[in-house]
Design a protein around this ligand. Structure first.
Ligand code: CA
Length: 124
């Protein structure tokens, strides 16, 4: 009886070790863009984001990207793959005039760059 209990205990330990070995580092999400339009990452769309977007569009400042959202910069509020004056207008509407929130770059159809996709389709 004692031998049986020891065997059951050893099997439980072996299963516990096997299960713990299967746990590895958690994979980051494939696409996660929590700060689209929120260039300073404050969690709020405000004048600081508008100023930062103008700096990206007009003054050549670096457009920040989220780690799991490297295909698009935060300043591209309408997900057309370009940071331009339309994004400044879009962000002002979002922040101050109850306009729609900046786009979700993780949604289908918002992939960037789209030019390459269009070229690939044109080659077919
Ligand atoms: Ca844009």
């Amino acid at each position: 009886m004692l031998v049986r209990r020891v065997l059951v205990l050893l099997m439980a330990i072996a299963v516990a070790i096997a299960c713990s070995e299967k746990k590895g580092p958690v994979n980051p999400p494939a696409c996660d863009c929590p700060y689209q339009g929120d260039l300073d990452g404050s969690g709020v769309l405000d004048a600081f984001d508008v100023i930062a977007t103008i700096d990206v569009v007009a003054n050549g400042h670096v457009d920040p990207v989220d780690p799991a959202c490297s295909h698009i910069g935060r300043a591209d509020c309408n997900c057309d793959c370009v940071a331009d004056s339309a994004d400044v207008d879009y962000l002002i509407e979002s922040a101050f005039a109850n306009g729609p929130r900046p786009c979700n770059p993780c949604e289908a159809g918002n992939e960037c760059p789209r030019v390459q996709v269009a070229l690939l389709l044109a080659r077919r």
